[in-house]
Design a protein around this ligand. Structure first.
Ligand code: IPM
Ligand code: MG
Length: 372
């Protein structure tokens, strides 16, 4: 029996997870896997119930699982918790990433047919956009030494060459399986950590002569990402730059509600890597509980789970296809429907559906795809 820990968390987290689980379960069944999906508390919900955002029972479940299917954590209510280490983000998500050394965070961004009018960019700039950002996830400012005093504060950015090296190997291997182009994003004209990133990346690149690597300052990259997003293939970068750029990449493709993620490390078994799978959008407290959230980023994260933690490539593709077909058939959660409804050029207004209905539409299409 394979175990997947389900941590819905806060805000829209539980809704998008609940809307996605039936399709993930079905994909597992159809690929002959015997999987159980026990749930546990995390984030603010766990803090409210137990006084800690990552209680021992949750850790125990995650330790005994092959992957974590994660919603989102945080919300304004919890920003007032005096100890920052007990706040949902710092107290649960970051420790989970660190505990399992989930150093490689994959964030694939593409444009789905029918959603070209959704982006704020003109459709001609989106043609061929298929980007994979690989963000380093367990180092940099997020985990460096920190101090907060009344009149000063600092967050140190620190990286070991070995941390950069493993991320770059991961990125080069990913590039080998795609368009064989890799862009390293850094700030080596100012930051010494970036100087090290560049040096290590150049060394690793010699082992992958078939991949064409180039590099780019982060400020310029932010500009190129809106000017010519389709010119990039795999992008590798450090933790905080990756955080910022992937929100930008999501917006370029149309909605942050479409951007999935996989966080992978070195742990694994015969099926695949241990991983944490979560949508990139966060807990969106303003729309929580209203059925307005888009579950597609979570469903696409479930596809990544099938691919990387369960070794089921066909099932992963089937789920991705089911999402694409659902969009092609005009199903739209509010984030996708409004600009079109306002008359966005070249886009059908589509059928406005709730979080749950979107999940059901994907499941229905998944049933029709043969992949077992
Ligand atoms: C993300 C999120 C997190 C991050 C937050 C919730 C801590 O923005 O996964 O991109 O900054 O890594
Ligand atoms: Mg982010």
């Amino acid at each position: 029996m394979i175990r997947i820990a389900v941590l819905g968390g806060d805000g829209i987290g539980p809704e998008v997870v609940a809307a996605s689980l039936p399709a993930l379960r079905r994909a597992c069944e159809k690929s002959g896997l015997d999987v159980e999906f026990p749930e546990a508390l995390v984030g603010g919900a766990a803090f409210d119930a137990t006084g800690h955002p990552l209680p021992p029972a949750t850790l125990k479940l995650c330790d005994a699982s092959q992957a974590i299917f994660f919603g989102a954590v945080g919300g304004p209510k919890y920003d007032k918790i005096p100890d920052p280490n007990l706040r949902p983000e710092r107290g649960s998500l970051l420790p989970l990433r660190k505990r399992y050394e989930l150093f490689a965070n994959l964030r694939p961004a593409r444009v789905y047919p029918g959603l070209e009018g959704q982006s704020h960019l003109k459709p001609e700039y989106l043609k061929g956009l298929d980007l994979l950002v690989i963000r380093e996830l367990t180092g940099g400012a997020y985990f460096g030494r920190k101090e907060l005093k009344a009149d000063r504060a600092f967050d140190a950015i620190e990286y070991k060459a070995s941390e950069i090296e493993r991320l770059m190997h991961f990125a080069f291997r990913a590039a080998m399986g795609r368009g064989r182009r890799l862009t390293l994003v850094h700030k080596a004209n100012v930051l010494l950590t970036s100087v090290l990133w560049k040096k290590v990346a150049e060394k690793v690149s010699r082992k992958y002569p078939r991949v064409k690597m180039d590099d780019c300052y982060v400020d310029a990259f932010a500009m190129y990402l809106v000017r010519r997003p389709a010119s990039f293939d795999v992008v590798a970068t450090e933790n905080m730059m990756g955080d910022i750029l992937t929100d930008e990449a999501a917006e370029v493709t149309g909605s942050i509600g479409l951007l999935p993620s996989a966080s992978l490390g070195t742990r694994g078994n015969r099926l695949g890597s241990f991983g944490l799978y979560e949508p990139c959008h966060g807990s969106a407290p303003d729309i929580a509980g209203k059925g307005l959230a888009n579950p597609l980023a979570t469903l696409l994260s479930a596809a990544l789970l099938l691919r990387y933690s369960l070794g089921r490539e066909k099932a992963a593709r089937a789920l991705e296809d089911a999402v694409a077909r659902t969009l092609a058939d005009g199903f739209r959660t509010r984030d996708l429907a409004s600009p079109a409804a306002k008359g966005g050029k070249g886009t059908r207004a589509g059928r406005l559906v709730s979080t749950r209905q979107m999940g059901e539409a994907v499941l229905e299409r998944l049933e029709k795809i043969r992949f077992s």
